[in-house]
Design a protein around this ligand. Sequence first.
Ligand SMILES: Cc1ncc(COP(=O)(O)O)c(C=O)c1O
Length: 344
Amino acid sequence: MRLAERLRHIHSFRVMDIVDAAQRLEAEGHRVIHMEVGEPREPSDPFIRDAGAAALARGETAYTPALGLPALRRAIAAYYGTYHNVDLDPERVVVTAGATGALMLLSALLLDPEDEVLLGDPAYPCNRYFPLLFGAKASLMPLSPQAGFALTERDVVKAWGPRTRGVVLASPANPTGAVSSRAALQGLSEAAASRGGWALFDEIYQGLTYPSALDDQPALPAHGDLASDRVGTILSLQGGADHEFLVNSFSKYFGMTGWRVGWLVAPRAAIPAIEKAAGPGVLRSRGPRGRLLRLCDAAPGAARQRVLLPCIAGKGRGRRHARYGLRGAGRGAERTLLLHRAPG
Ligand SMILES: Cc1ncc(COP(=O)(O)O)c(C=O)c1O
């Protein structure tokens, strides 16, 4: 059987190989400090697990609309109102299978073969593979430790080429933890807009910035700290310009990596195309219970989405924020090791 040529350029997610190796060492009795994968230390909150079990027991296992359950889309929009003072139209919110689902969907939406996407380097390793799946490619802009691994408008302007279509930036970033300032985000968004491009902001680590335990480190902003120069969400800058896309997820802040639920916020005009891309093969026939059946639905299952309503509305939030620790994002032993003992 002949596999698609593009797969030759996609490598396995090496971090998972490292996790396997680390777990083997732990099983042999070695002490391992995990700095490899962005996995919350603890399982999802008990109220989330209970709500999941209850939703399954009620039989909420059916297909959902391609754009997500309307109640969850409304709840996510309301969350931006409550925590970020942003008036977000729920119609612009799309529920996806994790941030990964959102990044794939947006790659399908925004890229043609041979197109290029600008990414900082280092960045989340999978980001360079999403364009490849659609015949496009990533163009890497080296980030320097001297500049705090920050991506600037100048980098974007310099790297923008004839086939560049947009730029992807995570803030806080993986793996560097760099948090971009308002000015930097605005600058690079404008640089993309003035070239007819788009800007995609990955906010999956939003809320996971910590006041430093070290005196010489400036405190990072709390979740949605609007007074700070640094931003809680790109939506608070201008309410989302018509070339800006935002990706977020329940994986990290909400401690739900394995549930595979995330969301994106897109310009209103892009939503019909996203709905088409999210639900290819929609069967307009009637199912056994007289319901509209959907095939290949990109949105995650009904039970999972229903569970998220209390979660996004804030239940357990303070507790979660206070005790959250990502294995990979640097806190406690990992943070000290990173800041004081890592080479360079
Ligand atoms: C920057 C970034 N974006 C996206 C993802 C994927 O997140 P999800 O689990 O929601 O698919 C990760 C996962 O580590 C990440 O670090």
